[in-house]
Design a protein around this ligand. Structure first.
Ligand code: SF4
Length: 381
């Protein structure tokens, strides 16, 4: 066992909390408003942990996402944290993140989750403009968003991330830039800034298809993206993934890097996904089905896929071009027998000339312009 621990990278543990008080207009994540089902869910989740207790030797990240983890009572959160420690082997310096919504939290709640072991907060601020928040269908206002950040500081959190959404058609680029400066003034350790997207299954997706919402044009989206990156980099943030910025190298999200680097992660809860070389599986997107399976001690798996070599190669390119670290050319050559610089001929050099990519220390990495086009780049190879 000891030998395995040394050889294997550490895994991440993700737990999906499937409850929200109401559905936000842009959201397509799996969640229900039936918070009264929380006790049943917590019991099922603990059974699921037991099923997976030997899935991976050691973990160094825990991430409670959703849904809205801050809707759970402190007793339920403490019970979960205790069970996680009991079942899984966790590094002593593991990153423990919990997503919270601004209008759920009080100073007492934050102090309590800190004593459960959570050392990183991800606050769903999204915007500090009241009209934008109400258009997005959020249940908090700007004042609550700022107050939540203040409470997190008072509770003693030293690693605070804020989630933001930009490119909202009812707002203007100059307003967003002002908003971003106000967020920078708070000095969060981490900022996730997502361009508004119209995900199938969301309320906005329907409205867009019915012609009730006119999304930004591509050129406008590009300006939002580039200006966001420039403003945050000028303020000292590292733009390390398409939508993610950290104050320094140590404040990058260790958990999310598991996804981008093809490292193992175990996902528990309805609709959660798991990956370990080279198999991905996902749970039922139904709390009832999830609980039903676990009541019979069955893993609540809806489906799985074994990644074939070319799928793995494409995913490696896809994730690599989304991060400023880029792609390790030596590893690609060893794993997939492809020299990205010469195969196909001329492509890498053209993209370097166009300032979309750079070659640095054996990595082929996207520039800010490259990050804006990240999803299209892998298809060229
Ligand atoms: S954005 Fe967050 S709070 Fe809003 S519905 Fe989705 S999961 Fe729930």
């Amino acid at each position: 066992m000891m030998k395995n621990n040394l050889e294997k990278p550490k895994a991440g543990l993700y737990i999906h909390i499937p409850f929200c008080k109401k559905k936000c207009n842009y959201c397509s994540f799996y969640s229900l408003t039936a918070i009264n089902k929380a006790p049943e869910f917590i019991a099922a989740l603990q059974k699921e942990m037991e099923i997976y207790q030997d899935w991976w030797p050691e973990y160094d990240t825990v991430y409670l996402g959703g849904g809205t983890p801050s809707l759970l009572s402190i007793n339920h959160l403490a019970e979960l944290a205790h069970k996680i420690r009991k079942i899984f082997s966790l590094s002593s310096d593991a990153e423990w993140t919990i997503e919270v919504n601004p209008d759920d939290i009080t100073l007492t709640f934050l102090k309590n989750i800190k004593s459960c072991g959570f050392n990183r907060l991800s606050i769903g601020i999204q915007s500090i403009q009241d009209n934008t928040l109400s258009w997005l269908g959020r249940r908090h206002n700007a004042q609550q968003a700022l107050q939540a950040f203040d409470l997190a500081k008072k509770a003693g959190f030293q690693n605070i991330g804020v989630d933001l959404i930009y490119g909202v058609p009812i707002s203007k680029l100059t307003l967003w830039e002002k908003e971003l400066q106000q967020i920078i003034a708070l000095k969060p350790e981490h900022i996730s800034a997502y361009q508004l997207s119209f995900e199938p299954g969301s309320i906005f997706f329907k409205k867009k298809n019915q012609g009730h919402i006119q999304p930004l044009r591509e050129k406008e989206e590009f300006s939002f993206f580039v200006n966001t990156s420039q403003i945050l980099q000028t303020a000292g943030y590292i733009h390390y993934e398409v939508s993610n910025f950290s104050r320094d190298q140590t404040k990058k999200s260790a958990h999310n890097q598991k996804y981008w680097q093809h490292l193992p992660y175990l996902g528990l809860g309805p609709a959660a996904h798991s990956f370990r070389p080279f198999r991905r599986h996902w749970n039922h997107r139904s709390l009832d089905q999830y609980c039903q399976d676990l009541s019979k001690n069955i893993a609540p798996i809806k489906g799985f896929e074994e990644l074939k070599i070319n799928e793995l190669r494409l995913e490696t390119l896809y994730f690599g071009f989304r991060t400023s670290r880029g792609i390790d050319l030596k590893k690609i050559q060893e794993k997939f027998n492809q020299n990205l610089i010469s195969d196909p001929p001329g492509l890498a050099h053209r993209l370097i000339q166009e300032k979309k990519l750079i070659l640095f220390n054996g990595y082929l990495a996207p520039t800010t312009l490259g990050l804006a086009l990240a999803d299209a780049l892998p298809l060229l190879w």
